[in-house]
Design a protein around this ligand. Structure first.
Ligand code: C2E
Ligand code: CA
Ligand code: CA
Length: 767
């Protein structure tokens, strides 16, 4: 549990932070929405209440004028007893001249008698009777608004029935709109502000009969025409559902509201309809929501803003953490997978990349290729790090040009590149690798350095269950078996990993496990191959050659099986010392038993030769066994001499002082250099068996031979040709001036017991 948190704690914290941040933001949105709806509702209730109050005020105010009409009607009932009385009375109402007079504001008066509208002279009026009067003949009330075409004014009319009179059935008092507006409505409508932007009252069809709809902000300063609430609204918010809602609210006869946005501001339009006195007049008020709920909204906005802020902070922090984490991981991954200097994959990165590519592709003929620069350590030492690095950079630079889609490469170290190549077949692959080799050959120092890229190939399709790191190892292994000979032959130095390689690997592992025990239990034996002196026509001595006796197969295995392995794992040092000791034993045995003593050549591996105790050990052993001077010849290979000739010069000198002879082995197989001959005071030069192989140009060899032999003679060296198999070659060597031959033609390498016998009969064998 704890380990889970330790491992994933960061991730969990991050998820919580992201989740928390999002939740806060969502809450904020919901809260805002919810609260807005709530606020709109509350605002509407508030608005309706305000509007209701306004309506009551209006009703009260208008009621007064209805009452006035009723009062006038009662006067007629009680005091008018003739038509003249009525006329006088009606005229009196119209004739008031000062504001103090009760009926001062009455514009004119009409009465109704037997369904006919009569003017103050009791003549039938040319004006039309308000509908209200025919609809509610017995109810006093507001009778409507009309335009009077005679005086070209808006008129508002109040009606009261006249009861029990023979002269009139009802009375109508007309006021001009301005008057009414001024007297009855305006003072009511301009009651102390309750937060509304405007407050009007209008008929159910939206005709404004009182109030002021002029609002500089709302209507762009236009004065709203009386009687055009709906038209005005359409002009402002467009003809849409809201206008329809308002229309319904006006005709619905109930106290209600419509919320709407005008511009970016939220409003509530509240409606309160008067039932009786006002005869369906509606008080309409428009409230900005936040005007009504100034404090509440502000608080909510503050809270929401804080929540949003926290949400954003949480989100921001988590995003930062995520990015930070990713960048750290990427950086780590980069240093793990990239070669910083070359800016390409290292071996680990290459492995990962190949795994990815293999996983997402259907492979046809794909291969892991190891490109190895031969003699890399040597180049490094000889030409310096700077120069060799520029070669590596050069190769790194050209490789991408030869790679196709989904192919990749990486650099391990020590001049080793890895490639993943998808070719159509083996020939195609070889063709492409040749191109790369050709390009590498164009490096400026390629010729001087004798630059040779070698390829080890592991063909992926052939082995399914092999892990990528293993594939790479196999490619490396394949590369190790590429011979320089194949390179010299002009073909591409390339080797494909196959079962033979696997067998060799298994064999090597097996040998590595057994070698120590084998040495102790005497499985290693020294064979002797006699050498024949062409001048004296007698035995010259022998070369000691090691054999490993295979207890199972009862076969003496030759060094080509294990030498490379022992050189790479260092076991050769022990083995060389062992062989040397055995040779010393043998010579001292011969000396002790009065047998003829012949010189023995002993091979020294390059690994052995560079050991710090090398000289000391060999000198001590020679002394210990009391070996006479000149009886042991130490053989160094030509390639070792070439790479170490300054060192070797000292070694040879020291060996000479201790009574050893020195030989240079395999001369002519590799870096044949006359320099070596001149520099090193060798006692013998051993010409490589290669010169004995058929197929080499006779003339050319002859020339080389001739000059080597001449030079060797001048330098007082004994010339030995090894690997002589044909009697014809014996004659040829003799003719060329060669001193000694070693080969099957004279004798094969043989166990000590056989060699002892051979020595006894040696004088019989003459070539
Ligand atoms: P090398 O020093 O050049 O030895 C000569 C090799 O040529 C021997 O192979 C020998 O058996 C073979 N040979 C001799 N005459 C003929 C011939 O007429 N025809 C053919 N085809 N081959 C001939 P071997 O014994 O298998 O040894 C191989 C190599 O192993 C040696 O080459 C030497 O470099 C190395 N070696 C052998 N013993 C030792 C040792 O004790 N220490 C070290 N460091 N290397 C050894
Ligand atoms: Ca040798
Ligand atoms: Ca040799």
């Amino acid at each position: 549990m704890w380990s889970f948190f330790n491992k994933h704690g960061k991730t969990i914290a991050m998820i919580i932070a992201v989740f928390g941040g999002l939740m806060l933001l969502i809450t904020a949105v919901f809260l805002t929405n919810d609260y807005k709806t709530e606020i709109t509702k509350s605002a509407a209730v508030q608005a309706n209440y305000n509007t209701f109050e306004t309506r009551q005020a209006v009703e009260n105010s208008l009621g007064k004028y209805v009452t006035k009409a009723i009062a006038n009607a009662e006067v007629i009932t009680e005091s008018v007893s003739s038509e003249t009385d009525l006329k006088t009375y009606l005229m009196a109402i119209e004739d008031h001249t000062t504001e103090q007079d009760e009926n001062f504001y009455v514009k004119f008066v009409r009465c109704i008698k037997d369904g006919v509208l009569l003017d103050s002279s009791l003549d039938p009026s040319e004006r039309t009777m308000p509908n209200y009067c025919t609809a509610h003949p017995d109810t006093a009330g507001y009778a409507g608004k009309m335009t009077d075409s005679f005086i070209n004014q808006q008129l508002v009319c109040f009606y009261a029935p006249v009861r029990n009179s023979d002269y009139a059935d009802g009375i109508l008092l007309y006021y001009t709109y301005e008057t009414l507006n001024k007297l009855y409505v305006n003072d009511i409508l301009s009651r102390p502000q309750d937060g509304s932007v405007f407050r009007v009252f209008c008929t159910s069809d939206g005709n404004v009969i009182g109030g002021d709809m002029t609002d500089p902000d709302l209507f762009n300063g236009d004065t709203v025409e009386v009687g055009s609430l709906l038209a005005t609204l359409k002009g402002v918010i467009g003809d849409g559902p809201k206008v329809r809602e308002v229309t319904e609210a006006l005709t619905g006869g109930k106290d209600t509201f419509v919320s709407m946005n005008i511009g970016s501001t939220e409003y509530v339009m509240a409606f309160s309809t008067s039932a009786d006195t006002m005869s369906g007049l509606v008080v309409v008020e428009l409230f900005p929501v936040n005007e009504l709920y100034v404090n509440g909204l502000q608080t909510v906005y503050t809270i929401v803003a804080i929540i949003i802020l926290f949400g954003l902070i949480a989100l921001g922090v988590s995003i930062f953490l995520v990015i930070h984490n990713i960048s750290i991981r990427r950086r780590l991954f980069n240093t793990e997978t990239k070669d910083a200097v070359l800016d390409c994959f290292n071996r680990y990165g290459f492995e990962r990349e190949v795994e990815k590519i293999i996983a997402r592709n259907n492979l046809n003929y794909s291969s892991i290729v190891e490109l190895h620069i031969s003699h890399y350590p040597y180049l490094l030492e000889k030409f310096g790090k700077e120069e060799v690095s520029s070669l590596i950079r050069y190769i790194r630079g050209i490789l991408p040009r030869f790679l196709r889609i989904e192919e990749t490469f990486g650099y391990a170290d020590e001049g080793n590149f890895f490639l993943l190549i998808h070719a159509t077949d083996k020939d195609d692959l070889i063709g492409r690798l040749k191109l790369i080799a050709y390009a590498i050959g164009r490096f400026r120092n390629a010729k001087v350095w004798n630059l040779q890229p070698k390829y080890g190939v592991f063909e992926i399709e052939k082995q399914d269950s092999v892990a990528v790191p293993q594939m790479i190892d196999y490619a490396i292994e394949a590369n190790k078996t590429v011979t320089t000979l194949s390179a010299e032959a002009g073909s591409l130095p390339i080797h494909f990993y196959d079962n033979e390689l696997r067998r060799v690997r298994m064999l090597n592992e097996n040998m590595e496990i057994r070698m120590e025990y084998a040495l102790q239990s005497g499985e290693f034996q020294v064979f002797y191959q006699p050498k024949y002196n062409l001048n004296t026509k007698t035995i010259e001595g022998a070369e000691a050659l090691v054999r490993w006796y295979n207890v199972d197969t009862k076969v003496y295995e030759r060094p080509n099986l294990f030498m490379a392995l022992f050189e790479s794992n260092g076991f050769i040092i022990k083995l060389d010392k062992y062989v040397f000791t055995k040779v010393c034993e043998f010579i001292s045995y011969c000396t002790a038993h009065g047998k003829p003593v012949y010189p023995v050549s002993v091979n020294i591996s390059r690994v052995t030769a560079v050991q710090p105790d090398f000289l000391e050990f060999y000198t001590r052993e020679k002394k210990k066994f009391g070996i006479a001077d000149g009886m042991i010849m130490i053989e160094f290979t030509e390639s070792f001499a070439y790479e170490n000739y300054e060192n070797l010069e000292k070694i040879v000198t020291t060996l000479h002082m201790s009574g050893f002879k020195c030989s240079i082995d395999d001369f002519g197989c590799g870096y044949s250099s006359y320099q070596i001959l001149k520099m090193l005071p060798m006692d013998e030069i051993k010409l490589d068996r290669m010169f004995m192989l058929p197929g080499l140009s006779y003339d050319r060899d002859q020339d080389i031979f001739q000059s080597i032999i001449e030079l060797s003679k001048k330098l007082n060296m004994m010339v030995t040709q090894e690997g002589v198999e044909e009697p014809a070659d014996v004659e040829r060597m003799r003719a060329l001036g060669c001193d000694v031959i070693q080969g099957y033609v004279y004798a094969r390498p043989m166990p000590l017991s056989d060699y002892l016998t051979f020595l006894t009969n040696a004088r019989d064998k003459v070539l």
